[in-house]
Design a binder for this molecule. Structure first.
Ligand code: MN3
Length: 207
């Protein structure tokens, strides 16, 4: 077994075609986002972890510390996008349809209504300065769902929460289609949210 083999992360399979989320997200964005952006996080994560393993073997703590920001950024990018793709689904496959059930009850209890949740989530996420992600996360200590924003590619684990639904608001996620109007992207994306996936994550996290 070669020293780096345990760090060969790979792109997860995209569960739909590049054009399947149109008109909300164009095939051009999906193609670039998945094959270029996500792939680059994976490539650079593997590279950084390989270098980290080398540094660890040499007991070079200073180098291990220096590599941490690359691991955080690229590892976060890989973790976040891997969740994001599964959080979305074409409208014809049930995108945007939050059916009655445990998650819908929890969101209603926490925010008053699903509509209020969506408008709070959208308002907080549209206001992220620079690049980042809006999340619905599960707080295991409080046993509640929360809306939290993360900067750059910081995964939600850095806030101590379990990710349920993440929306990427880096410009690469919408700019080719929505230009500078992040709010319009955030208004439309609810049409393709895969609530079944979000609910499954909620049931696992709250179990
Ligand atoms: Mn992205």
């Amino acid at each position: 077994m070669s020293s780096s083999s345990q760090y060969q992360y790979v792109l997860p399979e995209l569960p739909y075609d590049f054009n399947a989320l149109e008109p909300v997200i164009s095939a051009e964005i999906m193609n670039l986002h998945y094959t270029k952006h996500h792939q680059t996080y994976v490539t650079n994560l593997n590279k950084a972890l390989e270098q980290y393993l080398d540094a660890e073997k040499k007991h070079d703590v200073a180098q291990m510390i220096a590599l941490q920001s690359a691991i955080r950024f690229n590892g976060g990018g890989h973790v976040n996008h891997s969740i994001f793709w599964t959080n979305l689904t074409p409208e014809k496959n049930g995108g945007g349809d939050l059916q009655k059930g445990k998650l819908q009850e929890t969101i209603t209890a926490e925010f008053g209504s699903v509509e209020t949740f969506i408008s709070e989530f959208s308002a907080k996420t549209v206001a992220i300065q620079g690049s980042g992600w809006g999340w619905l996360g599960y707080n295991k200590t409080r046993k509640r769902v929360e809306i939290v924003c993360c900067e750059n590619q910081d995964p939600l684990s850095t806030k101590g929460l379990v990710p349920l639904l993440g929306i990427d608001v880096w410009e690469h996620a919408y700019y080719l289609q929505y230009k500078n109007v992040r709010a319009e992207y955030l208004k439309n994306i609810w049409k393709i949210v895969n609530w079944k996936n979000v609910e499954q994550r909620y049931l696992e996290a709250s179990n």
